[in-house]
Design a protein around this ligand. Structure first.
Ligand SMILES: [Zn+2]
Length: 144
């Protein structure tokens, strides 16, 4: 959750870097019609600075689920692992689309922990993805 003021130029830079979509669930701003939020990868409460290297885009729901977390539990092993870092890591290495592009599968401990912690397969979001896929607005091949 961002509490510090983020200058407009920095917000615009991060939005362009993130291709105007959530770094976690890949929901596109232009599809939902709601601006993505600029989130602190390392939360401010844990000392994360408000600077480019620590900022990325997230939808409000992923941002709310992430809150002040930097780690989650891998449901396969029960181990605590760091969450996926959309600025430094490649989405396809940690996640895959299933069910025609409607379900996000975690491929690594970090991916699985992030799917669970951020609830990347929220029921309403999966329903929306089905609609987006049906009209060609969402594709598992359009991922970075
Ligand atoms: Zn999201």
């Amino acid at each position: 959750m961002s509490k510090s003021y983020i200058p407009k130029a920095l917000r615009t830079l991060v939005a362009a870097q993130g291709q105007y979509r959530c770094g976690y669930c890949l929901t596109q701003e232009r599809v939902v019609g709601v601006a993505m939020e600029v989130e602190h990868l390392i939360p401010e409460i844990l000392g994360g600075p408000t600077e480019e290297a620590n900022l990325w885009l997230a939808c409000s729901l992923c941002n709310n689920h992430k809150a002040d977390r930097v780690a989650g539990i891998d449901p396969l092993t029960g181990e605590a692992v760091s969450l996926f870092d959309p600025r430094r890591q490649v989405w396809q290495e940690h996640f895959a689309w299933e069910d025609g592009g409607t379900i996000i599968l975690g491929r690594t401990p970090q991916g699985r922990a992030t799917v669970t912690t951020l609830s990347l397969n929220r029921v309403a979001l999966v329903r929306a993805r089905r609609l987006w896929v049906s009209v060609g607005w969402h594709s598992p091949n359009d991922t970075q």
